[in-house]
Design a protein around this ligand. Structure first.
Ligand SMILES: NC(=O)c1ccc[n+]([C@@H]2O[C@H](COP(=O)([O-])OP(=O)(O)OC[C@H]3O[C@@H](n4cnc5c(N)ncnc54)[C@H](O)[C@@H]3O)[C@@H](O)[C@H]2O)c1
Length: 484
């Protein structure tokens, strides 16, 4: 048996980090991606173009199987790209996290939701980090991409990885790099600069080398904590400005001023103004949640971030405001909300995407049905809309019993839905007949693939929260169009 002295052991481990760096630089490294969702899948596919082997691990066996069959579940990632990477054996998917032991670099892209109390829920990050810690060996780089509060990488991940006697810089490297994908946008991943902050200088340098292979520009920062905060600033900026413009739209409607016209005119200023547009509220996995990670952390240190809380309140109240607009619009036609037939157009949380997570459409539909309306929807990007009201607070005014939540499709069949906590609707085909049968159309997301001219011509009443019915269409519309 050969005895390795402490000094010799660290010399051996230092070599492991050097080797890791060389493998990344020479583009022969094996890359692991944990969590193959909206963030992890595009990243894995991009890595598979630069490195010979990418191992994608996900706890969802259906997702793993689908990807292994060469099919993508993300609209922005074409099936062909997945099929090509899988076919060339550059992209392997598995639920077996022990495979991560064979990776040189591992990137964590798991969800970071909020608890019902609006406190951060880091259980997915903890779960992924624990699995990585179990497989960790000298010569690995781990990067967290999940959006989280400042300090997570240093305070949660680092101690976990150092548990088995492994040391930062000697045995492993650790960094944070925020993901900035914008689903539905035309920005290619390669063209979005990557911010990287490591728990050590070496971690930053090697993580920058890794990302330099798949994006055109990498911006190193001094620490993981700074990199974590960068992402939260970006999303807080959006939350607060959306909150501001939503409040501005309400203010304008009180003054009888067209907010859309004001924003359009202000946007002609070539400097110092960036247009934001009002809508039915915020959704998705980022804007409604991430800033609350920042305010939570600030609160732990005794600091109250008023802007975040205020913007969150304003944005959260927008679905209720939309329902009020619908009620007023129906009232102007001497119709009650109860038993009215309402068609929602666009249930995704933003335009031209298929993601319904945290979508304000769910809150709007729930409130409409709680007031006794029959609700159906049309969204060409979302064939089925699943509700799980377990996630929703009990704020719903109970004008009717929950068992009486009704859908337009059901109304057409003269039956009642008896579902309580779980529910599901299917997208209805948009036809002149459906529009003529509807008391009010409510536009919550504006998709390029929807025929708004048909809505303007065949609907009677439209509440348009996205300025989807243009001024030109409004001029010749049969429908009365109410805007935010
Ligand atoms: N969606 C976006 O546009 C976006 C943009 C920037 C940043 N982010 C951030 O990126 C992170 C991931 O978001 P997403 O939208 O990709 O989430 P997602 O829900 O689309 O995907 C997450 C995946 O992780 C898997 N998973 C969860 N826990 C796991 C574990 N312990 N081990 C293995 N797999 C696990 C899930 O099965 C799922 O497939 C979040 O922190 C989010 O805030 C998201």
């Amino acid at each position: 048996m050969t005895l390795i002295t402490g000094q010799a052991a660290s010399a051996q481990a230092a070599t492991a980090i050097d080797e890791l760096e060389a493998r990344i630089r020479d583009r022969v490294a094996t890359i692991g991606v944990v969590g193959l969702g909206y963030v992890g899948l595009p990243l894995a596919v991009e890595f598979a173009k630069a490195y010979p082997k990418v191992i994608g691990c996900d706890m969802n066996p259906d997702r793993v199987e689908m990807l292994a069959g060469g099919r993508s579940h993300i609209a922005d990632v074409p099936h062909a790209e997945v099929a090509e990477a899988v076919g060339a054996e550059r992209f392997l998917t598995s639920t077996d996290m022990s495979l991560l032991g064979g990776c040189d670099a591992i990137v964590i892209c798991v969800p970071t939701p909020l608890e019902k109390s609006k406190d951060p829920d880091l259980s997915y990050v903890r779960g992924a980090a624990k699995a990585i810690a179990d497989a960790l060996r000298p010569g690995q780089l781990v990067i967290l991409e999940s959006t989280t509060y400042p300090g997570t990488t240093d305070e949660l991940l680092l101690p976990l990885f150092a548990q088995n006697g492994l040391q930062l810089d000697r045995d492993f490297l650790l960094a944070f790099s925020p993901e900035r994908v914008d689903p539905g946008s035309t920005y290619a991943l390669r063209d979005i600069p990557k911010v990287v902050g490591g728990c050590s200088e070496r971690s930053t340098a090697v993580a920058c080398e890794l990302y330099g292979s798949i994006v055109n520009s990498v911006h190193p920062v001094s620490s993981a904590r700074v990199a974590e905060t960068v992402k939260l600033l970006e999303n807080t900026f959006r939350l607060v400005n959306i909150g501001l413009i939503n409040e501005f739209a309400l203010l304008c409607s009180h003054l009888g001023i067209d907010s859309g016209e004001v924003i359009g005119a202000a946007a002609t200023k070539p400097f110092g103004f960036m247009p934001f547009f009002p809508g039915p509220g915020v959704g998705g996995h980022c804007i409604p949640l991430d800033p609350l990670y920042l305010s939570w952390k600030a609160q732990q240190q005794g600091f109250i971030s008023r802007f975040i809380d205020l913007a969150d309140q304003i944005n959260s109240q927008m679905p209720a405001h939309v329902v009020e607009l619908v009620m007023d619009a129906l009232n102007s036609r001497a119709k009650a909300m109860r038993d009215s037939r309402i068609l929602i157009v666009g249930v995704a949380y933003k335009n031209d995407i298929d993601d319904t997570r945290q979508s304000p459409a769910i809150a709007v539909i729930d409130r409409l049905r709680a007031r006794g309306a029959y609700v159906a929807y049309h969204d060409p990007l979302v064939p089925v809309l699943d509700f799980d009201f377990h996630d929703w607070p009990e704020w719903r005014p109970r004008v009717t019993l929950p068992s009486e939540r009704r859908s337009l499709r059901v109304a057409n069949h003269r039956a009642f839905s008896r579902r309580r906590r779980y529910d599901m609707l299917e997208s209805m085909e948009l036809t002149p007949k459906l529009l003529a049968d509807t008391d009010c159309v409510v536009i919550l997301a504006k998709h390029r693939s929807v025929d708004y001219a048909m809505i303007a011509q065949h609907a009677d009443l439209v509440v348009d929260t996205r300025d989807a019915i243009s001024a030109e269409l409004r001029a010749s519309a049969r429908a009365q169009v109410v805007r935010l």
